[in-house]
Design a protein around this ligand. Structure first.
Ligand code: ADP
Ligand code: DP6
Length: 342
C-alpha cells in the first residue's frame, strides 16, 4: 500500500466559514462536484472550525467527535465518504479519528459545512501524507461541501464554475485580500429560534434545479450580476455593492420559495431584519447597507463602519434578534502546530 501512514499520523487545520454574496445553488455534475454557476464570497474572521485528523491502524472504523460529542448519522457518513476520497488519493487503508469544533452554531445557516470540510480537507490530507497546495486543497474540499472550496482562501473569493465537462476549469481563487476594503463590515444577526437544518444545502439545491420555475432565469441573470458585484468590491463602492447583494439574495430566496416542496429558511425575525434594512435605505435616500443570508435564518448585513451606528439603531426593537457580531473579512485556512506535550 503506497503512502500507508504510521501509527499516529496527525494534523490539525483551522478554517473559517464564508458568506456568499453570489450564491452557489445547483450542482451540474455531482460526481465531479461541479456547480451550475460561479459564486463569490467573503471569508469571515472570528468564526472558525478547528479539526484534527489522526490515522490509526488500530481503529476499527472512522470516528468523528464534533463539538465534543461522538457523531453518527449524516455528519459521520459525510466525513467517512470524504475520508474515503483522501485514502484513495493517498493510496492506503486505515481508519481515522476526527476531532472537530465549530466556535459558532452548527447547521443553522452560518456555513459550518464550508469551514468544516475545508478544515477536514486540510487536516486529513496532511495526516494522510499528501502535500496539496492551496488550489489542490480547495479542489479536494469541494467534494465534502461545495462552499468549502472557497474557505481555503482568505478575503474575497470567487469560485468559477467553468464550462468543461471534465471540470478542469472549475476552481476557486482569491480575488482581493482581507484588508482590501477596511471600511466594510459584516454585522451578523443571530436570530432566536433558528431551526437546525435537517437537509443539507447540497440536497436542497437539487430540488430547486428540478422544480423551481425561477432557476433558469436566475442562471441567465447571474454572470452580469457577479460582474457588477466583483466590480463594486474592486472599487470599494458600497452604493453599488449593497443593492446588488440585496438583489442577489432576493433572487436566491425566490428560487428557494419556488421549489416544491418549498424551501423557507427564514423566521419572522429574519424577515423583519430584511425589512428594517430596506426601510433604512429608503429613509436615508441612499444604500446604507445590504443584506444577505444563506440557507438558514441568520442574516448578514454589509455596511461601512461609518454607518454601523445608524444600522444598529434601525435594528433596535426587533425582539427575536438574539445578538449581533461585527465581523471582517479574514484569512484563509492554516495548519496549526501541535502543542508540545500533547
Ligand atoms: P450550515 O449552514 O451550517 O453549513 P448545512 O446543513 O449546510 O448547514 O451543513 C451542516 C452539516 O455540515 C452538518 O450536519 C455536518 O454534516 C457538516 N459539518 C458541520 N460542521 C462540521 C465539522 N466541523 N466537521 C465536519 N462536518 C461538519
Ligand atoms: C446557500 O456547499 O454549503 O450557502 O455542503 O450541503 O452544506 P452543503 O452545501 P453548501 O451549499 C452552499 C449554499 C449556500 C450558498 C453558498 O454558500 O454559495
Amino acid at each position: 500500500m503506497a503512502g500507508e501512514p504510521g501509527p499516529s499520523q496527525e494534523a490539525t487545520y483551522e478554517a473559517a466559514p464564508n458568506i456568499a454574496l453570489v450564491k452557489y445553488w445547483g450542482i451540474r455534475d455531482p460526481v465531479r462536484a461541479l456547480p451550475y454557476n460561479s459564486s463569490l464570497s467573503v471569508t469571515l474572521a472570528g468564526l472558525a472550525t478547528r479539526t484534527t485528523v489522526r490515522f490509526d491502524p488500530a481503529l476499527p472504523a472512522d470516528r468523528l467527535r464534533l463539538n465534543g460529542r461522538l457523531a453518527d448519522g449524516e455528519p459521520l457518513r459525510s466525513v467517512r465518504e470524504f475520508l474515503d476520497r483522501v485514502r484513495q488519493e493517498a493510496r492506503f487503508d486505515g481508519f481515522a479519528e476526527v476531532r472537530s469544533r465549530n466556535n459558532f452554531p452548527t447547521a443553522s445557516g452560518l456555513a459550518s459545512s464550508a469551514s468544516g470540510f475545508a478544515a477536514l480537507a486540510g487536516a486529513a490530507a496532511r495526516a494522510a501524507g499528501l502535500r496539496p497546495d492551496a488550489a489542490a486543497l480547495s479542489r479536494l474540499a469541494r467534494f465534502g461541501s461545495g462552499s468549502a472550496c472557497r474557505s481555503i482562501f482568505g478575503g474575497f473569493v470567487e469560485w468559477r464554475a467553468g464550462h468543461r465537462p471534465d471540470g478542469r476549469d472549475c476552481r476557486a481563487f482569491p480575488l482581493f485580500p482581507p484588508d482590501h476594503w477596511p471600511e466594510l463590515v459584516d454585522l451578523v444577526c443571530v436570530v432566536r429560534g433558528a431551526p437546525v437544518k435537517t437537509v443539507r444545502s447540497a440536497v436542497a439545491m437539487q430540488a430547486s434545479v428540478a422544480t423551481s420555475p425561477g432557476f433558469a432565469a436566475r442562471q441567465r441573470a447571474l454572470p452580469a450580476r457577479l460582474l457588477r458585484i466583483r466590480r463594486a468590491i474592486a472599487r470599494r463602492d458600497g452604493a453599488r455593492l449593497f443593492p446588488a447583494i440585496i438583489e442577489e439574495c432576493d433572487d436566491f430566496r425566490a428560487v428557494c420559495e419556488g421549489t416544491r416542496p418549498t424551501l423557507d429558511y427564514l423566521t419572522a425575525t429574519s424577515r423583519e431584519i430584511l425589512e428594517a434594512v430596506r426601510s433604512l435605505n429608503r429613509r436615508s435616500g441612499r444604500p446604507v447597507a445590504g443584506y444577505t443570508h444563506d440557507a438558514g435564518a441568520h442574516v448578514h448585513l454589509f455596511t461601512l463602519r461609518s454607518d454601523l451606528g445608524r444600522l444598529r439603531a434601525a435594528l433596535a426593537g426587533i425582539d427575536g434578534l438574539e445578538r449581533t457580531r461585527t465581523l471582517r473579512p479574514g484569512p484563509g485556512g492554516r495548519y496549526v502546530a501541535r502543542r508540545p506535550g500533547r
